[in-house]
Design a protein around this ligand. Structure first.
Ligand SMILES: *[C@@H]1O[C@H](CO)[C@@H](O)[C@H](O)[C@H]1NC(C)=O
Ligand SMILES: *[C@@H]1O[C@H](CO)[C@@H](O)[C@H](O)[C@H]1NC(C)=O
Ligand SMILES: *[C@@H]1O[C@H](CO)[C@@H](O)[C@H](O)[C@H]1NC(C)=O
Ligand SMILES: *[C@@H]1O[C@H](CO)[C@@H](O)[C@H](O)[C@H]1NC(C)=O
Ligand SMILES: *[C@@H]1O[C@H](CO)[C@@H](O)[C@H](O)[C@H]1NC(C)=O
Ligand SMILES: *[C@@H]1O[C@H](CO)[C@@H](O)[C@H](O)[C@H]1NC(C)=O
Length: 295
């Protein structure tokens, strides 16, 4: 990240790695999180292992798998590389493949060849490291980003309430009702400052449902501490789960197989009710329920 929106990036080899990186509008460069480990050199065996693993094995595997997820390691010590790909649950195989290609191009430059790098694009999250960071009970390497814009409405309380409700329902549905542990949501209200809010929650395919619930609830907690409440959009993306909200429809709503929740938190203009109602999007949930794995 560079330019006016950049802020400092820190790395803490703790349970959760976090960096707060405001989104530069339209930037093609990824959000990145650079580890404090040493840097590898161009043309090194480690770099060859890393790119071979990422592009040769994991890219085709992730993009061809229904879960759009892949992880693995390659090479003998001390040059072993570990990598993980989590493409957004509603992108096509081609888009997933293309996103990982970008990660391969940015892998060296994003962090000056750091041996621990996390990259986040609109359509995928990728982490590359020289050690085994796989942990379905953790989510180390979380990239955090917040829009530099604020909502125009003065009803920050109302926005916060709507967003919190939407995110928690999106999380609940991803855990309980989605076979792929990926759900998008949308909320419709009457304040012109935030007429619609769009959300997404996703867990990596190597998590169990209880692990998915823990992971997403962890992000919900982080969300409250990381972001100002009037932000226009934000996301938390890690190797085990991701959470996002925007005021624009970023998801692929032409794909009927992914469950989506729709909330009407206020009555439609013609009606008079003022209480909050939660309504499943008709059609999709009613006619195409996804199979649910018992907890
Ligand atoms: C590796 O690159 C990063 C990013 O440019 C830099 O901050 C760090 O000092 C480098 N580390 C070493 C050991 O050179
Ligand atoms: C990038 O890493 C190399 C190798 O460790 C180091 O010599 C160089 O100073 C780093 N560059 C920057 C801009 O941090
Ligand atoms: C990639 O996919 C192939 C074919 O399905 C499988 O044999 C292999 O284990 C996978 N490797 C990884 C690292 O996912
Ligand atoms: C949206 O989903 C449909 C159905 O799976 C797919 O054909 C299409 O390529 C996807 N579009 C995008 C932009 O990912
Ligand atoms: C979601 O899953 C829960 C728990 O299995 C179930 O009670 C509920 O009916 C499901 N909702 C939908 C809309 O499928
Ligand atoms: C957005 O609101 C926050 C307070 O919630 C404030 O600190 C920040 O400066 C505002 N940003 C803009 C671009 O207005």
């Amino acid at each position: 990240m560079s330019g006016a929106y950049s802020s400092s990036m820190t790395i803490i080899h703790a349970l959760l790695l976090l960096a707060l990186i405001p989104l530069a509008a339209g930037a093609a460069s990824p959000l990145s999180l650079c580890g404090s480990r040493s840097n590898y050199s161009a043309g090194s065996t480690y770099e060859a292992n890393l790119l071979d693993l990422l592009l040769g094995t994991l890219r085709p595997n992730a993009s061809s798998s229904p879960s759009l997820f892949a992880k693995g390691s390659l090479g003998a010590a001390p040059d072993t590389a570990w990598a993980l790909i989590l493409c957004r649950g509603d992108v096509s195989a081609d888009e997933c493949y293309g996103c990982v290609t970008s990660a391969g191009e940015d892998a060296a430059t994003a962090c000056n060849r750091s041996r621990d790098v996390a990259l986040c694009y609109d359509k995928c999250y990728v982490r590359l490291a020289d050690h085994n960071f796989f942990d379905p009970n953790g989510n180390s390497g979380v990239i955090s980003s917040m829009s530099g814009l604020n909502i125009t409405s003065s009803d920050v309380e109302g926005y916060d309430r709507a967003l919190t409700g939407l995110l928690s329902e999106t999380v609940r549905y991803a855990v309980d009702n989605s076979s792929r542990m990926f759900t998008t949501g949308e909320w419709k209200g009457r304040d012109p400052g935030f007429p619609w809010i769009y959300s997404a929650a996703q867990c990596a395919a190597d998590l169990s449902r209880p692990q998915c619930r823990n992971c997403l609830q962890g992000l919900m907690g982080k969300w409250r501490t990381m972001f100002v409440r009037n932000m226009w959009g934000a996301r938390l993306a890690g190797p085990s789960c991701t959470l996002r909200s925007e005021l624009f429809p970023f998801r692929n709503n032409t794909d009927p197989i992914y469950p989506s929740y729709r909330f009407f938190a206020e009555a439609e203009p013609a009606a008079t009710a003022t209480t909050t109602t939660v309504t499943a999007k008709s059609g999709q949930l009613a006619t195409k329920p996804e199979s649910t794995v018992p907890l």
